[in-house]
Ligand binder design. Structure first.
Ligand code: ZN
Length: 500
C-alpha cells in the first residue's frame, strides 16, 4: 500500500473540491457582572475569587438573567441585521466537564434571541462577500482548567489539574453563520475577513473587549469539502478556539488540504473537533463530535422566558453606532487616502492604531507609515498581532514628533522604536540611554565633514568646481562615520560651505 500524503497541494484541492465553511464565534460580553449572578465579570484575578453559590452550581442556588447582557445580545443581533425573537428561553445543555460545576451549561437551543441576519465582509481586493448569519444566542462561559506537571500543559501526562471558576458564568454570545458556499480559493481569506469584520463591529458596539489573545473573542472554524460533482455537503471538522485572525486563515487552509488528502486517499473524514497548533500551523484531533441529541437539551425551569417589547428593540436599533465601514469612509476622507491605501491599512489591522496615534498628535501620514511598514514587519518577525506589540500609539506619536522637530532621523527613530519594543521604556528614555540624538552640533559635524573631504580629495575637488551633486558621496561618508546620527540636511549645507 502506498502511503497517503498527509496534505494535498492547495491548487489541486480546488481543482477537485469546493470548500464549505461554517464559523462559530464566541464573544465574552463586557458587562459588569456575570450572566446569572452578581459576581464581577473581570479577566484574570486570583483563582476562585469571583465566585458565588450560583456560578459554582451549589444545590438550591437560583440564577437571574443579567438585563444588560440581554441588551448587548439584542444590539449584536440588530447590528448583524438579525430578527429579534419576541419570546425566547434558555435551555440546559447537559454534559459533564470539570470546569462546569453545574454539569450543564445554561444556553439557548432552539429559541435564540437573534436569528436570520447577515454581515457584508470586504475582502482584500475590495469585493464584498455576504456572510449569512444563522443565529446569535446567549449562553455562559465555563471555568478554566490548569493541567500541572506535564510537558505540554495538556491533560495527558499532567500530574494534577487545578480549577478556576472565575470565568464560569461570564456572559457569552455565540454567533453562528449559515454554511458559506461559493468561496472557492478564497475560503481562508473569507474566514479571516469575517472574523475581522465581526470584531470591528463588536468593538464599535462596545459590548466586548474582543481580545482574541485573552479569549474574549474565539472562533471555531467548521470546514468540509464537496467533490465537484457532489450534491451534498461533506463531513465537517470543527477546529476549536482559534485565537488570532492569522490562525483562522491558516487553520481553514490546513483543514482543506488535509481533508482533500484523506478523501482522495479513499479515507473518510471523521466528524470531530480539532485543535490548531500555532507553531506548526497544523491541526490535531480532539474529541469525537457529539450531536445535539447527546446533550439532552431541555428548557431551563429556573429562568423566566425573555420577551423583549418591540419598543425596546426599536429603541436599541435607533441607538446603534455608526458601523465601522462608515467610520472608515470618514477617516479615509480626513486622511486623504486612496481606496488601496485604506485597504492596506485595514488589512494590516492598523486602522484603530493609526487613529489612536493621530489622536495622540501625530500626522496621519507619519502614523500610517509607522504602523503599516516598520511595525508590521516587527509584528511579523515576532509572530504577533500588530496590536499586541509592546508599543502604544502615544509612544509612536512621541517618536514621530521627535522626527518632525529634527531630534531624530528616520534611522534613529527606528532604533528608538526597537528600544521601546525591547522594553527599555518611553521613547525619550531610550533616546537618552542609547545616545540616539541627532548630532546637529556644528563643531562636531564640521570635523566629520572635513575628515570625509580629506579622505576623498577627488570628490572634494569636483564639489569645489561647482559639481554640487557630488556632495552626496560625502554626506554618505559622514552619515556612516556618525552611525546615522547626523542631521543629513545640515551636513549637506556644511559640505557646500566648506567647499565654496
Ligand atoms: Zn457568581
Amino acid at each position: 500500500m502506498t502511503a497517503v500524503a498527509e496534505v494535498m497541494d492547495y491548487d489541486e484541492v480546488l481543482e477537485r473540491f469546493d470548500p464549505v465553511l461554517g464559523l462559530e464565534v464566541h464573544v465574552e460580553l463586557n458587562t459588569n457582572t456575570k450572566m446569572f449572578c452578581g459576581c464581577a465579570n473581570v479577566f484574570g484575578g486570583e483563582p476562585n475569587t469571583h465566585v458565588c453559590p450560583v456560578c459554582l452550581g451549589m444545590p438550591g442556588a437560583l440564577p437571574a438573567v443579567n438585563g444588560k447582557a440581554v441588551e448587548s445580545a439584542m444590539r449584536i443581533g440588530l447590528a448583524l441585521n438579525c430578527e429579534i425573537a419576541e419570546w425566547c428561553r434558555f435551555a440546559r445543555k447537559n454534559y459533564f466537564y470539570p470546569d462546569m460545576p453545574k454539569n450543564f451549561q445554561t444556553s439557548q437551543y432552539d429559541e435564540p434571541i437573534a436569528f436570520n441576519g447577515y454581515l457584508d465582509v470586504e475582502l482584500d481586493d475590495g469585493s464584498i462577500f455576504r456572510v449569512d448569519i444563522e443565529r446569535a444566542h446567549m449562553e455562559e462561559d465555563t471555568g478554566k482548567s490548569l493541567h500541572v506537571g506535564g510537558a505540554t500543559g495538556r491533560i495527558h501526562g499532567a500530574d494534577y489539574s487545578l480549577l478556576d471558576y472565575n470565568r464560569a458564568g461570564v456572559p457569552l454570545i455565540e454567533i453562528v453563520t449559515k454554511p458559506l458556499v461559493g468561496t472557492g480559493a478564497r475560503a481562508p481569506e473569507v474566514a479571516r475577513a469575517y472574523v475581522a469584520a465581526l470584531r470591528d463591529l463588536l468593538r464599535g458596539l462596545d459590548v466586548s473587549d474582543v481580545r482574541m489573545d485573552q479569549g474574549s473573542l474565539r472562533c471555531d472554524a467548521n470546514v468540509s469539502l464537496m467533490a465537484k460533482d457532489a450534491t451534498e455537503f461533506g463531513t465537517r471538522t470543527e477546529t476549536k478556539n482559534v485565537n488570532s485572525l492569522r490562525s483562522v486563515e491558516r487553520a481553514v487552509r490546513y483543514e482543506m488540504t488535509r481533508h482533500a488528502a484523506v478523501l482522495v486517499g479513499g479515507g473518510k473524514i471523521k466528524q470531530e473537533t480539532r485543535h490548531f497548533d500555532e507553531s506548526t500551523a497544523t491541526t490535531r484531533a480532539g474529541r469525537t463530535k457529539e450531536t445535539a441529541e447527546d446533550y439532552r437539551y431541555f428548557p431551563e425551569p429556573d429562568l423566566v422566558p425573555i420577551a423583549p417589547s418591540r419598543e425596546w428593540v426599536a429603541e436599541l436599533k435607533a441607538g446603534l453606532p455608526q458601523p465601522p465601514w462608515v467610520r472608515r469612509k470618514r477617516l479615509q476622507e480626513e486622511w486623504g487616502l486612496s481606496d488601496a491605501e485604506l485597504r492596506d491599512l485595514v488589512n494590516a489591522d492598523a486602522l484603530d492604531l493609526v487613529a489612536a496615534t493621530v489622536d495622540a498628535g501625530a500626522k496621519s501620514d507619519d502614523a500610517r507609515s509607522w504602523w503599516v511598514s516598520y511595525l508590521s514587519q516587527q509584528a511579523k518577525t515576532l509572530n504577533k498581532e500588530l496590536a499586541e506589540l509592546p508599543i502604544t500609539p502615544a509612544q509612536v506619536a512621541r517618536v514621530s514628533a521627535l522626527v518632525a522637530d529634527g531630534s531624530l532621523t528616520n534611522k534613529l527613530a527606528r532604533a528608538v522604536v526597537d528600544g521601546v519594543l525591547a522594553g527599555e521604556g518611553e521613547p525619550d528614555a531610550v533616546v537618552e540611554a542609547r545616545g540616539l540624538k541627532v548630532v546637529s552640533d556644528d563643531s562636531a559635524l564640521t570635523a566629520a565633514v572635513d575628515e570625509a573631504l580629506a579622505a576623498q580629495p577627488d570628490v572634494a575637488e569636483k564639489i569645489r568646481s561647482g559639481k554640487v551633486a557630488a556632495a552626496g558621496a560625502i554626506v554618505g561618508a559622514v552619515m556612516k562615520a556618525t552611525k546615522g546620527s547626523a542631521d543629513a540636511k545640515r551636513v549637506r549645507e556644511l559640505i557646500i560651505e566648506r567647499c565654496s
